[in-house]
Design a protein around this ligand. Structure first.
Ligand SMILES: [Zn+2]
Length: 242
């Protein structure tokens, strides 16, 4: 009996062949990945080639890929070794710590692409300003984004004037945005979003007024500053008008 015509053996051979093909597809070298998908990681050259507008466009396109379920496949471990010697991210994003808004995922970015500065309610303090000054002046990012989001617990806490240990002082930084938004309830999601937008605007104002280093770069046009709101129910980031 010739075993090569045994249907069971043939099936096993086909399954093994399919596995071998898929395994070889996964085991691409960084060079192969780079050839097929553009630069594997940001480099000094790719960072320098970007403008504030084109850096923002990369974030917009990344979020569109996320929403459309068209995210890039990435060899994460290859990116770890490719970025071990240095980083050349193109954006710094001041965002809330909310677990539903992980930055690299919602903007479909890889390792070494963006700085994430995350704190409840995406409020601005001196430490975050220092981080943004480092990101722009030392590392060379092209765009700063302040990202608020819908249904933000910190914003709701500020609306309710909640008190809890060290959180009290953090929420106090959001109170001006509550005052600027008029009366409303933390149970009204539209009102919560309105306050979140006012809080983003407040953060952008704080950045300009409290960091001469960043203001100087904004005035020179070497970096951009934009506000945005992430919708936790749709995954979409809406950039706010200037
Ligand atoms: Zn939040």
């Amino acid at each position: 009996m010739k075993t090569s015509f045994n249907p069971i053996v043939l099936t096993i051979r086909l399954v093994f062949f399919a596995f071998a093909v898929s395994a070889s597809a996964v085991a691409q070298t960084p060079a192969e990945t780079a050839g097929k998908k553009g630069p594997a990681v940001q480099t000094a050259e790719s960072q320098a080639a970007l403008t504030p507008a084109s850096a923002l466009e990369k974030l917009k396109k990344g979020n569109a890929r996320f929403v459309e379920k068209n995210m890039r496949s990435r060899d994460w471990v290859a990116k770890v070794s490719a970025t071990a010697g240095g980083q050349y991210p193109f954006a710094a994003i001041l965002a809330c710590m909310d677990s539903r808004a992980p930055l690299e995922i919602i903007f479909d970015q890889g390792i070494g692409d963006v700085f994430g500065i995350r704190i409840a309610g995406n409020i601005v303090n001196e430490d975050e300003l220092g981080s943004m000054e480092y990101a722009t002046k030392v590392v060379g990012v092209k765009v700063l984004v302040v990202l608020g989001h819908t249904s933000c617990g910190a914003v709701k806490g500020a609306i309710d004037d909640a008190k809890l240990g060290n959180l009290t002082g953090l929420l106090a930084k959001i109170r001006p945005a509550v005052a600027a938004s008029g009366p409303g309830s933390s149970k009204d999601e539209a009102y919560v979003t309105k306050v979140a937008q006012a809080n983003v605007s407040q953060a952008m104002k704080d950045i300009r007024e409290k960091s001469p280093t960043i203001k100087e770069q904004l005035d020179a046009g070497t970096i951009g500053l934009v506000g945005a709101i992430y919708d936790v129910s749709t995954g979409k980031v809406t950039f706010l008008p200037d």
